[in-house]
Design a protein around this ligand. Structure first.
Ligand code: GLY
Length: 396
């Protein structure tokens, strides 16, 4: 690592790590027990006046921001994690409510995007892996075919979004770092069907991302635009971060986790090395208090934070710790614990005053709102805590 944060030297917290882990898992189980019942018919994204909202509420009349919303798989994912952790049937039942609601999205082809991985891996594919449900298998394979269909062979990238040239915005050539997680759907489909097309497309996109998104210092870009006909790079954008050339922290987290996933599915060493490079950049920039800003390059004020970046990075770092040699594991594990302990100490709600756990998440630096609960922050927080306990399911 080029630069090490001071906190790497010292102990993580006063109370013993095991004590903290046991108490936190107990609190997660207690909260999920009542909130799962309370929100059983919802697909939550955030909270309004402390209560989960419902992205399935508008149905067909609210397509872009409703059932097709890219975050609609995370609630199901939280429920499957709890099903695995507790063995309680109620989690399976409630998880299937949102999985079935998402079927409508297959009918609205134009509203779907590359985030079909985020939508169907933690719902249908998790269901199939845990229960063998044949309907879930079909959903997963449909979603994988949609994702594969977004591949542009001219530049070897998966197109992120659907804006058309005549709509004022042209995203035909846009790829984004977040897609590294969506690739898991293609790896899964390739493994299930033994059809190498899926795996080849995933690897081609990962190779492109390695070449054009990852900078020499290990930081990553959010958006890269390619000419959709020639495949040549046109330019890059700051996207949801502070600006061009900056380091949007959630994008760094997607990079860490996404390249680790690509290594796990393919065994290609370069992917693991890339995940480690991004991780080293991230670890070197973790502030002393362990709380993560929206962008590592944002101005000192306003100092907005993003708990989602912390939770995703923690889970990605724990994934890397499983993939590297024993003598390397401790650094990644220790950084993950630092991030998770900061979240539980400062930003986590375990009581009934808010239906979400993490309270200071930010969608993007230039959005009007910052530091509010977001469902994927909660998903990755629970996933990472269960990884530390050694009782997660590999979702990606
Ligand atoms: N995948 C979009 C985001 O991270 O906000």
């Amino acid at each position: 690592m080029e630069k090490e944060s001071k906190w790497m030297e010292g102990p993580n917290e006063q109370e013993s790590e095991q004590e903290w882990l046991d108490v936190t898992i107990r609190k997660i189980r207690q909260k999920m027990d009542w909130v799962s019942e309370k929100s059983r018919n919802k697909i939550p994204y955030t909270t309004v006046n402390g209560e989960h909202d419902d992205k399935s509420d508008g149905g067909v009349y609210n397509a872009d921001d409703g059932l097709n919303w890219w975050c609609n798989g995370f609630w199901g994912g939280m429920l499957w994690l709890m099903y695995h952790e507790t063995g309680e049937e109620k989690y399976r039942e409630i998880a299937r409510i949102s999985e079935e609601k998402l079927d409508w999205c297959f009918m609205d082809y134009s509203g779907l995007h590359h985030d079909v991985g985020f939508m169907w891996m933690p719902t249908a594919v998790a269901d199939y892996r845990l229960t063998g449900n044949p309907d879930s298998f079909r959903r997963g394979m449909h979603a994988a075919n949609l994702l594969a269909g977004r591949f542009n062979a001219n530049g070897n990238f998966i197109r992120a979004w659907n804006d058309q040239p005549d709509g004022g915005n042209d995203t035909r050539g846009w790829a984004i770092i977040d897609c590294m997680i969506n690739l898991s759907l293609l790896y899964w489909a390739g493994e299930e069907s033994q059809d190498p097309r899926f795996t080849r497309i995933a690897m081609a996109h990962a190779d492109t991302a390695m070449k054009y998104f990852v900078r020499p210092d290990g930081s990553v870009r959010h958006i890269v635009e390619f000419d959709p006909w020639s495949g040549q790079v046109v330019r890059d954008y700051g996207g949801q971060g502070y600006g061009q050339g900056s380091s949007w922290t959630r994008g760094q987290s997607w990079g860490i986790y996404g390249f680790a996933i690509s290594y796990r599915h393919t065994g290609i060493r370069e992917y693991l090395d890339t995940a480690k490079r991004i991780a080293h950049y991230f670890i070197a920039n973790i502030p002393e208090d362990g709380l993560i800003p929206v962008d590592f390059c944002q101005p000192e004020k306003p100092c907005w934070q993003d708990d989602t970046a912390a939770a995703i990075a923690a889970s990605g770092l724990l994934e890397i710790a499983r993939l590297v040699k024993e003598e390397e594991q401790e650094m990644y594990r220790k950084a993950a614990v630092k991030l998770l302990q900061a979240l539980t100490r400062e930003h986590c709600c375990f009581d009934r005053s808010n239906d979400c756990f993490l309270q200071k998440c930010s969608g993007s630096y230039h959005a009007p709102e910052h530091e509010f609960p977001i469902i994927y922050g909660d998903y990755y927080f629970i996933e990472a805590m269960l990884k530390l306990k050694g009782n997660d399911i590999f979702m990606w």
